[in-house]
Ligand binder design. Structure first.
Ligand SMILES: NC(=O)c1ccc[n+]([C@@H]2O[C@H](COP(=O)([O-])OP(=O)(O)OC[C@H]3O[C@@H](n4cnc5c(N)ncnc54)[C@H](O)[C@@H]3O)[C@@H](O)[C@H]2O)c1
Ligand SMILES: O=C/C=C/C=C(\O)C(=O)O
Length: 480
């Protein structure tokens, strides 16, 4: 069986302790490869490698660093068929989605930050005839990047690209649930000649290697994307060690549909927002609020649209809805559907695990599920399910829509669907989220700040925000 390897000091190597864990293909429920269960010994090798590499990487001209990263982006594009297939097998997502979203964005992330670094500048503050201050922005040194399973290579590259582009060396850990594309990526790093030690990729679980990365005294900043509970745990370790942290956490995102929206387009886009990637995107709109005058019409059109999604083998090009990422995750999602029923929810569509004939008969497939008749304060509407489950609820006024939208502990993203310009601006002001999409969802400009408020996180990724995070400002004050 294929054994994934760690990438340390420019080489692919087995974990020091020789321990591996099983890697499942979610569409079949079968183990298909083995993942290193890395430990402190692997981390020590990676930190030494990064320590040895950090001075020359930081001293390299920006142009040289950017050119290497551009080569890496091109290599991802060239390998995108292989990467998309690997992502579909490892994660259960439809192969077309993997290609159009995951692979496209992985290359775009690296290309974007390679270019952004050539435009990055720091400030100066003149004091008239008294003097001048200028700010230097140096790399931090060695940074840790920890990513989740839902958009594996997409979110992995979204972190390491700005870290590398600003001259840091990286110790990165992909999710142990979806390690394969990070492994293939390490081969691309070797192929394009990324200097040894500049990026090191360690595989394994949170307790075995994620925790040690966060705690290691030579790793001075942690960029983390994952669940809010894990984020709080990481903050509790990184905080007392006075490390910089960027925490992109969970969401329970509301979608607000007004009677004056473009109806057909809104139905399609709200469907995409709720069920893309089987609902496993932190930005997915899982609480859908609809102005009462169009509630019944919207409900009917929405249910009809979702009932036509083609569910099945993620490796078939025509499939739109694949498997959930793991058995425990599927069980969690199914338990929330049971909870929704106990809380008085009415299932309008789906609600069950399904078996797909043939090679996927034991896969982790759950029907796209639409539920109505639940109030804001029930657990179904308060807790992140992170699966193909959404709820519908009517509202009567802008004020009520705002109160419903803001009424959870989360504040990652929201979308508003209306042609009333004044309302859209006012809503944007009142909505307590890091991202407000008006008449769109997941329309991304990589220069913009990305992240959440409340329990959805601390800090922002994207554009110069990310580059500021991965650099240490030093003010130089000169008196004339
Ligand atoms: N805000 C965002 O941008 C964003 C994006 C994607 C996913 N998410 C969130 O991620 C969650 C789903 O991903 P997940 O289940 O992989 O999250 P998770 O928190 O379980 O794991 C994320 C990563 O952290 C590692 N990890 C676990 N425990 C750790 C520890 N104690 N110390 C260090 N690392 C540790 C995991 O191995 C994995 O690599 C959802 O809550 C989702 O909303 C947020
Ligand atoms: O599941 C979370 C999705 C995160 C998306 C991004 O970080 C992005 O689009 O840059």
């Amino acid at each position: 069986m294929q054994k994934i390897e760690n990438y340390i000091n420019g080489e692919l190597i087995a974990p020091q302790a020789g321990k591996y864990i099983d890697n499942y293909e979610p569409a079949t429920g079968q183990v298909y490869s083995l993942i290193p269960e890395s430990t402190d010994d692997d981390l020590a090798l990676a930190v030494t490698a990064a320590d040895n590499a950090k001075e020359s990487w930081a001293a390299m001209s920006q142009e040289q660093r950017s050119n290497l990263l551009l080569k890496l982006a091109d290599a991802i594009d060239a390998a995108s068929d292989e990467l998309a297939k690997a992502e579909a097998i490892d994660n259960g997502k439809p192969i077309n989605f993997a290609k159009a979203v995951d692979c496209y964005r992985s290359a775009a992330n690296i290309r974007f930050f390679a270019n952004a670094a050539t435009q990055f500048a720091s400030e100066s503050h003149g004091m008239g005839m008294v003097g001048v201050n200028y700010t230097l922005r140096d790399p931090i040194g060695i940074v840790g990047c920890i990513s989740p399973w839902n958009l594996p290579l997409y979110l992995f590259t979204w972190k390491i690209a700005p870290a590398l582009a600003t001259g840091n060396c990286v110790i990165a850990k992909p999710s142990e649930i979806t390690p394969m594309t990070a492994y293939l990526f390490s081969k691309l790093c070797i192929q394009v000649g990324i200097p040894k030690g500049v990026i090191n990729i360690l595989h394994g679980t949170g307790p075995s290697i994620g925790g040690p990365i966060v705690a290691h005294p030579k790793i001075k900043a942690i960029s983390f994307t994952g669940g809010s509970a894990t984020g709080k745990l990481i903050a509790s370790v990184a905080g007392p060690a006075l490390k910089k942290t960027s925490l992109e956490l969970g969401g329970k995102n509301p979608t607000l549909v007004f009677a004056d929206c473009d109806f057909e387009e809104t139905v399609s886009e709200v469907a995409r927002a709720a069920f893309s990637n089987q609902g496993q995107i932190c930005l997915c709109g899982s609480r859908i609020y609809i102005e009462r005058s169009i509630y019944d019409k919207f409900k009917q059109a929405f249910v009809e649209k979702i009932s036509k999604l083609r569910i099945g083998d993620p490796l078939e090009e025509s499939i739109q809805h694949g498997a959930l990422v793991s058995k425990p995750h599927m069980e969690k999602v199914l338990s929330y559907i049971e909870l929704a029923k106990q809380e008085g929810g009415e299932i309008l569509l789906g609600g069950k695990r399904i078996s797909i004939e043939g090679r996927c008969k034991d896969g982790y497939f759950v029907e796209p599920t639409i539920i109505e008749n639940l109030p804001l304060d029930c657990r179904t509407n308060q807790e992140e399910i992170f699966g193909p489950v959404c709820t519908l609820q009517p509202f009567d006024s802008d004020e009520e829509a705002i109160a419903l939208a803001n009424g959870t502990e989360y504040g990652l993203a929201t979308s508003v669907w209306s042609n009333n310009l004044k309302r859209c601006h006012k809503m944007s002001q009142a909505l307590e989220f890091g991202i407000v999409w008006i008449n769109c969802w997941l329309l991304r400009d990589l220069r913009t700040p990305f992240g959440g408020v409340k329990s959805s996180g601390v800090g922002r990724e994207g554009g110069f925000e990310a580059m500021r995070f991965f650099t240490e400002p030093k003010n130089v004050c000169i008196k004339y």
